[in-house]
Design a protein. Structure first.
Length: 322
């Protein structure tokens, strides 16, 4: 039933609606998503807080029961074959779930024993992973007395103890400082280069751009777009986004910019104008002069080069805020 040719993850119309609780109505957190992640891929679910990423990963890792659609991981059904899936995957959650009663190395060895390694095998595997992740010095330490980045690396080691086919990471670098974040990116790149299939969630655009072969942009429980970062950038049509805020309502002449070659669309919202353009040269200056001619001042201006951020803006019309 399962084999190397099976996709690592495949979902069809996957849904989760949390039931109502007291005065709170039901929450449709995930509203029919289709994913197809081949083995060996580094796949990212990217979206703002509350988009439904954790709920999706919760269903894929069998912790959250879907209310609709289907999901298969390593060819197995997340509801029917939950026990077998747990043996095949590694999961790294957002918060530190290491056991404070055990040392760093014991946390790993304990996990190895749980998955059927002998004591000797578990010790050897733990030592090997700690070495690989530059954690040998911390092996005897308490997992709550090491840095956040080190604790995250220990959690990744623990998730790798039984050689999982797919590694799931929920917001692996949330709360880490930029230097620690890029160090962790290196670790994850190394894992993928060694053949590990990785699925991560992130709300950091640059993280998805830096790591993922393919990305699904999620918002309000739905996939807005998916593909490689380059496909998304060209597919969404937002090459460069210029945003200018004025101190008064803008003149109608600004709308005429939309007729210009190389300009996709012009959005006007109160005193803010946003121009989506494939050929942005000179546009920013022009937006400032149009304001000056009409006697209104510019309070803020920015020009975003093509990125996942501009893709999000194009797809949702909203700023992507971390
Ligand atoms: N156990 C739960 N019961 C009810 N609602 C929930 C539950 N878990 C999540 N939600 C709601 O479901 C929606 C999606 O949440 P989810 O945590 O999946 O999003 P997310 O994209 O992972 O965001 P974050 O990164 O902030 O966790 C949100 O509106 C959230 O409040």
């Amino acid at each position: 039933m399962t084999g190397p040719s099976e996709a690592a993850v495949r979902t069809a119309g996957l849904e989760k609606t949390y039931p109502p609780s007291g005065p709170r109505p039901a929450v449709p957190a995930v509203r029919g998503i289709d994913l197809d992640v081949p083995r060996g891929e580094f796949f990212g679910l990217l979206g703002p807080n509350g988009a439904g990423k954790s709920t999706t990963i919760g269903m894929l890792t069998t912790l959250v029961v879907p209310t609709g659609g289907s999901a298969r991981v390593c060819g197995l059904d997340v509801v029917r074959d939950a026990v077998e899936i747990k043996r095949r995957i590694g999961v790294v959650s957002q918060s530190n779930t290491l056991d404070s009663d055990l040392t760093v190395a014991e946390n790993l060895e304990f996990r190895g024993r749980y998955f059927g390694l002998t004591a000797r095998e578990a010790r050897a595997r733990a030592a090997e992973l700690l070495e690989l992740f530059g954690l040998t010095e911390q092996r005897g330490g308490n997992p709550f007395e090491i840095s956040g980045g080190q604790a995250k690396r220990v959690m990744i080691c623990r998730a790798l103890m039984h050689g999982p086919e797919v590694l799931f990471l929920d917001e692996p670098t949330a709360g880490l400082d930029p230097q620690t974040r890029t160090n962790l990116w290196e670790v994850l790149r190394g894992l993928q280069a060694a053949g590990q299939t990785i699925v991560l969630t992130t709300h950091y655009m640059e993280e998805a751009e830096a790591l993922c072969d393919r990305v699904a942009v999620v918002d309000h429980g739905e996939i807005l777009a998916s593909g490689t970062v380059d496909e998304l950038k060209s597919g969404a049509g937002a090459d460069t986004v210029i945003t200018v805020s004025y101190d008064a309502p803008v003149p109608d002449t600004i709308k005429a910019l939309a007729d210009r070659e190389g300009v996709g669309k012009v959005e006007i919202n109160d005193g803010q104008v946003r121009v989506f353009a494939a050929e942005p040269e000179g546009l920013l200056g022009e937006l400032v002069s149009i304001g000056a001619d009409a006697g209104i001042g510019v309070t803020d201006a920015s020009q975003l080069r093509p990125s996942l951020e501009t893709v999000f803006l194009t797809l949702t019309g909203r700023d992507y805020r971390e």
